[in-house]
Ligand binder design. Structure first.
Ligand SMILES: Cc1cc2nc3c(=O)[nH]c(=O)nc-3n(C[C@H](O)[C@H](O)[C@H](O)COP(=O)(O)O)c2cc1C
Length: 318
């Protein structure tokens, strides 16, 4: 696979990132991805109890990842997380190589993270936000389309038109996210102007992921039409619509439920209930529209091998 600016920037063999995943992207998964030549990414609350301490949890995860891999790995921080400042402090203390910020203003912390020699990537979902990220001095943007699992941008731009517009607007390397689960997606993203890809849903349905088996099997069983976006007025999020939880949520929205009613129904840690506990009836099973391309639960190394080996075959067919 092509060595791109993303490989050079992050010190990785293949320009393939495993996306941050709120409760489930732990050190074991991240290290497996990094050891296979991609960039593994840890989320602060991975594997944590519902009301645990994300700062303490993240420190444990970082130390564990360092014991499992010598390769670079990253940490994802949703900037609206309550303990965000303390988490940034922790990342500087432990000299984490790559920090991926999301859901907030990249101008707040990019300089601080650079002072600790971290590479900073920021998740964007529109040209406007890509420009802001570039002006903030980030090293690369992750352009996430509406196909992606979990939180989506309010404008719901599909990846196919988002990447080239971002490529026209900024000089930064672009990492494409949303709907990519095989080599065809990577080749398409590169053709549109990306120099790396970030996969989320594909890395849930792998052996090393701590997600519940029920959740993984539901992803494997899902077809092209089995995901939906809920909570458009608060935090648009893509999840499996085959679950009772999402069906109720969609029904409430159609009936005009207020923001308070929706928040009350979702409760605390809804995606943890589905993701870690496997309670798909009472939790939010985040899932991207690429689920229809996912048919098994292999190891991380096997996923990366397929992505890399399949890439020249796709190019040959063009
Ligand atoms: C269970 C789950 C949780 C996620 N949580 C986060 C998160 O905390 N922060 C973030 O930036 N992205 C999060 N994402 C998005 C991924 O990092 C990634 O960009 C996205 O899944 C890519 O789209 P795909 O699922 O179609 O591959 C999450 C995705 C999943 C599947």
């Amino acid at each position: 696979m092509r060595k791109t600016r993303v490989c050079q920037l992050l010190g990785i063999e293949y320009p393939i990132l495993q996306g941050g995943m709120l409760w489930i992207a732990d050190a074991g998964l991240a290290a497996a991805v990094s050891n296979a030549g991609g960039l593994g990414v840890i989320s602060p609350m991975a594997g944590m109890p519902p009301h645990g301490n994300p700062v303490e949890n993240l420190e444990t995860q970082i130390l564990k990842a360092k014991s499992l891999t010598q390769k670079p790995f990253g940490v994802n921080i949703p900037l609206d997380l309550r303990d965000c400042g303390l988490i940034l402090d922790l990342l500087l203390t432990h000299k984490v190589n790559v920090v991926i910020t999301a859901a907030g203003d990249p101008r707040l912390y990019t300089d601080l993270l650079h002072s600790g020699d971290a590479k900073v990537l920021h998740v964007i979902s529109s040209v406007k936000h890509a420009r802001v990220a570039e002006s903030a001095g980030v090293d690369a943007v992750i352009a996430e389309g509406v196909e992606a699992a979990a939180r989506n941008g309010f404008d719901e731009l599909p990846l196919f038109s988002l990447i080239p517009q971002v490529a026209d607007a900024v000089e930064l390397p672009i990492i494409a996210a949303g709907g990519i689960a095989d080599s065809r997606g990577i080749a398409a993203a590169f053709a549109l102007g990306a120099e790396g890809v970030q996969l989320g849903t594909r890395f849930v349905a792998v052996k090393e992921c701590i997600a519940s088996e029920k959740y993984k099997k539901a992803i494997v069983a899902a077809t092209d039409t089995d995901t939906a976006i809920t909570c458009r007025s608060i935090v648009p999020s893509r999840s499996l619509k085959t679950t009772e939880f999402t069906q109720i949520l969609l029904g409430m929205e159609e009936a005009g439920a207020t923001e308070e009613e929706l928040r009350e129904f979702m409760g605390h840690a809804a995606s943890r209930r589905a993701g870690l506990e496997g309670d798909l009836d009472n939790g939010e099973a985040y899932c991207g529209s690429s689920a229809g391309l996912i048919h098994d639960i292999p190891s991380v190394a096997e996923v990366i091998r397929r992505l890399v080996d399949g890439y020249p075959e796709v190019l040959d067919k063009l």
